[in-house]
Structures are given as structure tokens and as C-alpha cells.
Design a binder for this molecule. Structure first.
Ligand SMILES: [Zn+2]
Length: 127
């Protein structure tokens, strides 16, 4: 199994020989040679035995979701959302989709929460 860079904009597929895994207090990791993103690794070897590194399982691909609240002139906030869908292979991620106004809310937290729930619906629907 090769490693796959977790950076949505990179997603490099790396043979194990291409990466240098390192260990520190927080655990194992490697830096992607293409984009320098730090990728976590997990040692699944038996205690005392040889180290066996795998990438921690992700429930899904690392989609990039940016939920924001834009202040309006009347003191309320418009929920905004940008989504980049991660695809499984190098160099391919879907075109960014974005929504300027998903509704208007009295406070910023509510607007962001609304945008996030929209994102979850959206990703589930198209998955
Ligand atoms: Zn990378």
C-alpha cells in the first residue's frame, strides 16, 4: 500500500521508499516530498516487534469545507460556503463550488453552523 498525501490540493501517491518516516513524541509522521504537508502515521506492529506503519483510517476523503459568515450592513450575517471535493487520485479534486448567501442570521455563529450543515447534506447527497 502506498501512502497518499492528505493535502487535498496535492493527494500525491507515494511509494513507501519515497517518504522518510520519522518519529517524535506525538508519534510517527512523514512530510510529503511534493507539498511538505505533514501526514500522520500509526504504528500497528506488535509491541517490541518491528515497526509497521500505516496511515490512520479516515472515515472519508479530506474534503475542504470553508464555512463563513459575512457581516451585512444591517448587523446580521449571511452564511457562505465553499466546498472542494477531494477525489481519490493525484492532482484531481473537484472544482470549488461556492454559495455566497445561504440565508441571513442574527449572529455569526448561527450563520456558520447553518453553512456547515449545508455542507454535510451536500457531501452526503453526492457521495
Ligand atoms: Zn503532498
Amino acid at each position: 500500500m502506498p501512502f497518499i498525501c492528505e493535502n487535498v490540493e496535492c493527494r500525491a501517491v507515494l511509494a513507501r521508499g519515497q517518504v522518510r518516516s520519522s518519529h517524535e513524541d506525538e508519534g510517527w509522521y512523514f512530510y510529503c516530498p511534493d507539498c511538505k504537508t505533514r501526514n500522520e502515521l500509526k504504528d500497528i506492529g506488535v509491541p517490541g516487534g518491528p515497526v509497521e506503519l500505516v496511515q490512520p483510517e479516515r472515515s472519508d476523503l479530506p474534503h475542504k469545507i470553508i464555512a463563513t459568515a459575512r457581516p451585512l450592513e444591517d448587523g446580521r450575517y449571511a452564511a457562505q460556503l465553499r466546498v472542494q471535493r477531494a477525489l481519490g487520485t493525484k492532482g484531481t479534486y473537484a472544482v470549488e463550488e461556492h454559495w455566497e448567501q445561504l440565508g441571513v442570521f442574527p449572529d455569526a455563529q448561527e450563520a456558520i453552523a447553518h453553512a456547515k450543515s449545508m455542507a454535510i447534506d451536500l457531501l452526503e447527497r453526492k457521495a
